[in-house]
Ligand binder design. Structure first.
Ligand code: 5RP
Length: 258
């Protein structure tokens, strides 16, 4: 992954890049020897992966589960051992960026198209840290474009279904070509009017057959680190309800695939 050059092309972009890097460095404080870490995707996650690479060079034993092929390549370039999910009993800590986060610890992710694996890793992880610069913090997510991963077979019908729900869906293109995720799926970029509750709208979209996951991350983080011009601000998610959902093991149930 290359850090997006637009990040450093003007003063506000430069400040954003500094904020991302500061938040990523702060997240390293939660990394411990022998942890399995979930590595996110994007320009903010890049700084954390770089940091984790430096820790590995310093002798800290880490294993990583990655949320995209690009992150996998990047982690390998920093000599971070990458393991597939079936070899990870658990994920101790996942660190990832966001596109936007509201005051209720809900986020929209998927700008980079990696939302499905990002959500799976966030769900499995015991702790999730979202790292960001100040520009990602919004009052609420109403009207914010929601990336949705959909099976290619269902993409146009799912887009029609979104319209019936009162939204608008555009099948993502990149460089003038159809965009496909690492899982071989399409991304619909969905917008609902600002008066629609973003959580309920995402839940309605998720019910459409062929939709695999949405980029609405409902309070899935343990803490948020925001790199600001005045230092790194930490917000701790007080919501306890989600804790039992994270990486739980069910007694008497044999985990793993055969
Ligand atoms: C990728 C993501 C990214 O975390 C999100 O798009 C933020 O990216 P960046 O750190 O480059 O701003 O969800 O699917």
């Amino acid at each position: 992954i290359n850090v997006n050059v637009t990040d450093i092309s003007d003063e506000s972009g430069y400040i954003a890049a500094l904020g991302k890097e500061a938040a990523a460095k702060a997240a390293a404080a939660w990394v411990r020897d022998e942890m399995t870490v979930g590595l996110g995707t994007g320009s903010t996650a890049y700084y954390f992966i770089q940091e984790a690479g430096a820790m590995v060079r310093a002798g800290i034993r880490l294993r990583a589960v990655v949320t995209s092929e690009a992150t996998g390549k990047l982690a390998a370039s920093f000599h971070i051992p990458v393991i597939p999910p079936e070899e990870a009993q658990t994920v101790d800590l996942a660190v990832d960026g966001v596109d936007a986060v509201d005051t209720d610890f809900c986020a929209v992710k998927g700008g980079g198209g990696a939302l499905l694996r990002e959500k799976i890793v966030a769900w499995k992880a015991k702790q999730v840290i979202w790292i960001m610069d100040e520009s990602k913090r919004v009052k609420n997510l109403a009207g914010f474009p929601l990336p949705v991963e959909v099976l290619p077979f269902a993409a146009s019908w799912a887009a029609d279904a979104v319209k019936e729900l009162g939204g608008n869906a555009v099948c993502r293109q990149r460089d003038g070509k159809s965009f496909f995720t690492d899982n071989g799926n399409r991304i619909l970029d969905v917008v609902f009017p600002k008066d629609r509750d973003p959580r309920l709208a995402a839940e309605a979209v998720r019910q459409i057959p062929g939709v695999l996951e949405t980029g609405f991350f409902d309070r899935m983080c343990s803490r948020i680190l925001i790199g600001t011009t005045g230092g790194v601000r930490e917000l701790v998610n007080p919501n306890k309800e989600k804790a039992p959902l994270q990486g739980r093991t069910v007694p008497g149930w044999k985990n793993g695939c055969v």
